[in-house]
Design a protein around this ligand. Structure first.
Ligand code: ADP
Ligand code: MG
Length: 322
């Protein structure tokens, strides 16, 4: 549906987007996640035809955004980081104006504006000047404008920035609703937000795509950080004797608890899940385990690790994925 090939953008000598490659498939919510300055807005501006690329290509449903902008843009609704709202217009006037710009046929306009206002809950303020609206309502007007024409793809640049928690929840709900019939791409520098709303995450740092996968797979991807924690009512010697026989174990940390039990934090080589093996090893010796659990590294840790400079090579294999 969207193909981004080798996309590169230089501002003078500064490389803002560095050979990005990815594809976006129909019907999911994609999240561009990266710290400020990572190149998210630049990428989105190029994908939507607002900005030219230095190198590379963007295809929207097979149409090159530069060579066939009309066909390509017809498939996209865009909410830029700073939506160009005409603040001296009322909400209704602005949406009529936007519908005209989008070349929505005259006889469909009013019905579409009505539908979009309903979706974004703008009806109560439809005759108010945009200038006098709260930030939350202004953002909804921007969203309404992006949705007009019901394009297949909706691209939202940091849609919740500057909103209060209640407004954030409302916008997220709206995004989920939109995703039922549209492909949604949104950007954010907030991990929790992307994890909560997106089916697929593209992590960008310094203009590079450093990882791309589902939130679950990203959490699984972290190699060498597979930890298992066990707790037993035994001495360290007894536990050690059993664990020493398991070759997949790389490192063990022992901790005594105040209730006469021993916790062992076991680091495992690679991606293997050794829980069953541990269970049978202890059961075979008739030593009961009180706890046996897998501790995965959190997405938070992965994000921090990936977005620190020079730390991305480990995840390069994700690059080729969509
Ligand atoms: P993000 O949206 O992820 O915060 P941007 O795409 O806005 O990142 O910016 C990426 C990099 O490009 C930043 O280092 C930013 O300072 C730089 N940049 C963005 N726009 C311009 C511009 N018009 N001229 C020069 N540098 C720019
Ligand atoms: Mg930005």
């Amino acid at each position: 549906m969207i193909e981004v090939k080798n996309l590169t953008k230089r501002y003078g000598r500064h490389l803002a987007v560095d050979h990005l490659n990815f594809t976006v498939k129909k019907g999911q919510i994609y999240g561009f996640l990266g710290p400020n300055g990572a190149g998210k807005s630049t990428t989105m501006n190029i994908m939507t035809g607002y900005l030219g690329a230095t190198e590379g290509q963007v295809l929207i449903n097979g149409h090159d955004i530069l060579k066939e902008p009309e066909e390509a843009k017809r498939c996209i609704g865009y909410l830029p980081e700073m939506p160009p709202l005409y603040t001296e217009m009322t909400v209704m006037e602005y949406l009529r104006f936007a519908a005209e710009l989008k070349k929505i046929p005259k006889k469909e306009r009013e019905a579409q504006i009505g539908a979009v206002m309903k979706l974004t809950k703008l009806q109560p303020v439809k005759d108010r000047l945009i200038n006098n609206l709260s930030k939350g309502y202004k953002q909804r007007v921007g969203l309404a404008q992006a949705i007009l024409g019901f394009p297949e793809i909706i691209i939202l640049d940091e849609p919740t920035v500057g909103l209060d928690p209640k407004q954030i929840i409302e916008i997220r709900e709206l995004i989920r609703k939109l995703a039922k019939n549209h492909t949604v791409i949104l950007s954010s520098h907030i991990l929790a937000e992307v994890r909560e709303v997106c089916d697929y995450i593209l992590i960008i740092a310094n203009g590079h795509l450093v990882a791309s996968d589902t939130p679950e797979n990203l959490e699984n991807l972290m190699s060498g950080t597979n930890h298992v924690e066990i707790e037993a009512k035994e001495t360290e010697e007894a536990v050690k004797r059993i664990l020493n026989k398991i070759p997949e174990i790389r490192k063990i940390k022992y901790k005594k608890t105040d209730h006469q039990t021993l916790i062992a934090e076991i680091e495992v080589k690679g991606q293997i899940d050794i829980r069953e093996k541990l269970f049978f090893a202890f059961a075979g010796e008739k030593l009961p385990l009180l706890t046996l659990k897998l501790n995965k590294s959190s997405l938070e840790e992965i994000f921090l690790e990936l977005t620190q400079e020079g730390n991305s090579s480990k995840f390069k294999k994700g690059d080729k994925r969509q």
